[in-house]
Design a protein around this ligand. Structure first.
Ligand SMILES: C[S@@+](CC[C@H](N)C(=O)[O-])C[C@H]1O[C@@H](n2cnc3c(N)ncnc32)[C@H](O)[C@@H]1O
Length: 272
């Protein structure tokens, strides 16, 4: 199996970087936060819940307020410091999704909000999630829909393709959007010991003050977007940003602002 070492390094560096981690919390998460009510409403009755890849603790806090006993876990000390600032009463643990420091069958539910696609060894992470879940426990995850349905990813990927330097490539990684595809999600999750019970699309978006803000969110609020843009020669970087802004102007106009739709996919699965 591929080890995705370059990708692992990019993700580890990205989530421990001041600009990217703060950029995610202050810009990117406006869209991720729209999934929170859907995640919370799909976790069953009160019980012990692991919020894996918890980042800034936005989902951890919502689950705690809904009455669950929640532990938030993330491998980035920087993201956890945002979580502890935002939700001082929360319980947070520094841990890698591929090697969880919890006992077997400890949790009634595991939630992973926009996290699994950042993990290099996803079969290992899924086997860890399956291990810490009680039998018939619930696994709920979200991920971003791909450019087949996502207007934001159509705009971003097409602009990089049209204006990027072809020598700038991403390290080999698992397909970033695979869990948003029903067939792929079902196949991967059933192979990992889960039965998919439900998959639905969620309407997430950003309201942008300026058309230029979309490229800014990708460059300074996401490790992969940041890598892809910051590795570009200056002229290519500027051309990509101009193309993104132009497409925002023509496709996402909403009164005196711009609404950029970035649909997400929610999967609810049960451990066999
Ligand atoms: C896109 S953010 C999601 C944060 C939050 N769950 C949300 O919904 O906004 C992804 C998070 O996954 C974490 N992460 C990435 N790879 C990880 C790994 N191997 N183990 C644990 N956490 C990881 C990052 O540090 C980051 O906080």
């Amino acid at each position: 199996m591929a080890t995705y070492e370059g990708f692992a390094e990019l993700e580890t560096k990205g989530w421990s970087d001041d600009t990217i981690s703060s950029g995610y919390v202050n810009m990117f998460a406006e869209a991720s936060d729209m999934a929170i009510p859907h995640i919370v409403s799909n976790v069953g009755g009160a019980g012990k819940v692991l919020d894996l890849c918890c980042g800034q603790g936005n989902v951890t806090e919502a689950l705690a307020k809904a009455g669950h006993a929640v532990i938030g876990a993330d491998f980035s000390a920087k993201m956890l410091s945002h979580a502890r600032d935002k939700f001082p009463d929360g319980e947070f643990v520094e841990a890698d999704a591929q090697n969880l420091p919890f006992g077997d069958a400890e949790f009634d539910a595991v939630v992973c909000s926009f996290g699994l696609m950042h993990v290099p060894d996803q079969p290992k992470a899924l086997s860890e999630i399956r291990r810490v879940l009680k039998p018939k426990g619930q696994f709920i995850m979200t991920s971003w829909c791909g450019p087949d349905v996502s207007p934001v990813f159509q705009v971003f990927y097409s602009s990089v393709q049209e204006h990027g330097d072809p020598s700038v490539t991403m390290p080999d990684s698992p397909n970033f959007h695979q869990f948003a595809n029903e067939e792929m999600a079902k196949s991967i999750l059933s192979g990992a010991g889960f039965e998919v019970q439900k998959q639905e699309q969620l309407d997430c978006s950003w309201v942008l003050e300026e058309p230029e803000d979309l490229a800014e969110i990708f460059q300074n609020g996401a490790p992969r977007g940041g890598y892809l843009l910051s590795q570009q020669p200056e002229a290519n970087n500027a051309a990509i940003k101009a193309a993104v802004a132009e497409k925002v102007r023509s496709r996402f106009s909403d009164g005196d602002k711009w609404r950029a739709p970035i649909p997400a996919s929610l999967v609810v699965a049960q451990a066999n």
